[in-house]
Write a new protein. Sequence first.
Length: 161
Amino acid sequence: MELKNNWAEIKQIFESASQSSLHFSVASVDKQGYPHITPIGSLILRDDYTGFYFEELPTQLPDNLKECRHVAVMALNSDQSYWTNALVSGKFETYPGIRLMGKALERREASDKEIDVWQQKVKFAHGLKGHDILWRNMKMVRDIEFTSVRPVECGQMTAHL
């Protein structure tokens, strides 16, 4: 799968994964070379093969990015009806997940537009205590420039894709 020719499909798979899982897995490497996975719910893909996420909650990920800026992001659709349909039919209609590899850029202040996009995404929780604790004051973001993509394949069930 090629990144630029399939960006619309990649974004759709990310959206489905976000709706079903509420987060993405971001892999980085620590100072000793060990992998570390951070759940990030705020990753938003743009139309230019980049994305950004709010970096208010992660603690180890920012430290890891000081040493090595390379990351891998996995989005997996874990919706039960999506998987049930695939199991019944013996095939997935779309890839069940996508891995994006790229480079994280410097942490920076979020634009008003980025904050608005995020607040729209979590508007289902506006007015709830947890929303205010987790997401009301999101101000710092980190951009990711994606360089390659690998779909999550499931043998014969994705061979036709």
